[in-house]
Write a protein that binds this ligand. Sequence first.
Ligand SMILES: [Zn+2]
Length: 133
Amino acid sequence: MRLKKAEREQVRLKYGGHCAYCGVLLGDRWHADHLAPVVRELLSKQTAGGTWKLVSGKPLRPEHDVLENMMPACAPCNISKGGQTLEGWRAWIARHVESLNNYTPIYRLIKAYGLIAETGAPVVFYFEKEQQP
Ligand SMILES: [Zn+2]
């Protein structure tokens, strides 16, 4: 859905102007994210030069394309979440610690020198902390 200016401002202020997920204060450039993803179909389209490219088509879950499902998000969170559900994204973020340990020697090195400590903390989104009493 194309948000009207007032609706977009309503979404931005949902968590006091913070990203609903990481909590960063949003600047002028931010994304209206669908909490429950709409997931758009992918279409291959031929360009004028004859090559093919993928373009996003109509939403496959149009019932999620409503104002109540919109969350204010910084670009990195919105792009990282993509078409994942909240729980899918939470697990995906948590798995990155394992991925860093397995595939990133410099990460293991700086961890060995005590510059980084893994906390094992659960992934808790900003809006979840805001909702706690
Ligand atoms: Zn964020």
